[in-house]
Write a protein that binds this ligand. Structure first.
Ligand code: XIL
Length: 329
């Protein structure tokens, strides 16, 4: 018999999946059997939920919230302030010219109040600010319209607005490349500066877009240790273990090789072993999908190339990776 993954991890952390309106149909069984937490892959992003000024389209997000509730699953919110998937109108006046700081902050506030307010008591935590730290080592914050038009305190403001809208929500800063020491130092500096100003931030999301070669176990441990030292809860928010290196641009494979699946299982075994050691600080591990029939990695970084990053195969059968993380005792 196949144990339910979230039951195996009951004493450790939630097991989450990113979903969309299609996958809650096509992956319904695997989702409801093995996962106890959900994140909308796209449907709560600014462009989807607030496509033009004062116009909110909650249909898809509501369906996802209903699906979670109907199946007794927790729900995370993703994401409120990001440089991607945010419509141009947010930053422009009717004349197309950039808006001033106060106008943009007022728009941010009303967006956050409306979205967080709608799901108050339903969504338990939000990725309030996503990916604002620059990857290049000589730059501090990522260039964005939020940064250009508001200034650095757009980050603190987003957390304050979210906290005001739902004082019980767990508020996260979420980012990737958590194992790049220079980037991580900048993320830590940002979080500390928010904490010093008593900004309501409660957690850090480690996206966890990893592959067969990296990051190493020691590097992941270092990331968890350094973040945990800030006294915040941690979640792995977007886990996938790509069978390709980021630099690998091959497009010819239609199935994963046996070697890939073996190495992936070994990676999952080691990484979940490490996660279990940190159960007191790690409250959820969310995969950025649920099974290999659908992953955003099929289109990133190479368009239209199949990937197989999860612990369930394209038919939703457990892979070797599943057995390594489910039968760990
Ligand atoms: C991705 C979605 O999976 C894609 O469908 C979409 O086209 C682009 O965004 N970091 C994040 C997620 O925080 O929101 C991204 O999701 C993946 C990288």
């Amino acid at each position: 018999t196949i144990p339910a993954l979230h039951s195996v991890y009951k004493e450790f952390f939630d097991i989450g999946a990113a979903i969309n309106l299609k996958t809650i149909e096509t992956q319904k069984d695997v989702l409801t059997t093995h996962y106890n937490s959900l994140t909308a892959e796209n449907d709560m992003k600014f462009e989807r939920i607030h496509p033009s000024e004062g116009v909110y389209t909650f249909e898809a997000a509501d369906k996802i919230a209903d699906f979670a509730a109907a199946n007794g699953m927790k729900l995370r919110g993703h994401t409120l302030v990001w440089h991607n998937q945010t419509p141009d109108w947010v930053f422009e006046g009717t004349d197309g010219a950039p808006v001033d700081r106060e106008t943009l902050l007022a728009r941010m506030k009303s967006h956050i109040e409306t979205v967080v307010g709608r799901y108050k008591g339903i969504i338990y935590g939000w990725d309030v600010v996503n990916e604002v730290i620059e990857d290049k080592s000589d730059v501090w914050l990522r260039e964005s319209k939020w940064l250009n038009l508001v200034g650095e305190d757009f980050i603190a403001k987003a957390f304050e607005f979210a906290h005001a809208a739902d004082p019980k929500a767990v508020l996260f800063y979420n980012d990737y490349n958590e194992c790049n020491p220079e980037k991580r130092d900048k993320i830590i500096r940002l979080v500390q500066s928010l904490q010093n100003k008593d900004v309501p931030i409660h957690g850090i999301g480690l996206q966890g877009h990893w592959n067969l070669n990296g990051p190493s176990l020691a590097e992941i441990r270092e990331a968890i240790e350094r973040y945990a030292a800030l006294g915040l809860k941690l979640q792995v928010t977007e886990l996938d273990i790509s069978v390709f290196d980021y630099e690998d641009k091959r497009t010819d494979l239609t199935e994963p090789t046996a070697e890939m699946l073996e190495r992936q299982a070994e990676r999952y075994e080691q990484i979940f072993g490490l996660f279990r050691e940190y159960k007191d600080v790690l409250t959820a591990v969310t995969f950025w999908g649920a099974a290999d029939d659908y992953t955003w990695l099929d289109h990133f970084p190479v368009r239209g190339r199949k990937n197989w990053p999860f612990v369930f195969d394209a038919k939703h059968e457990p892979k070797a990776s599943f057995w390594k993380i489910a039968n760990w005792q």
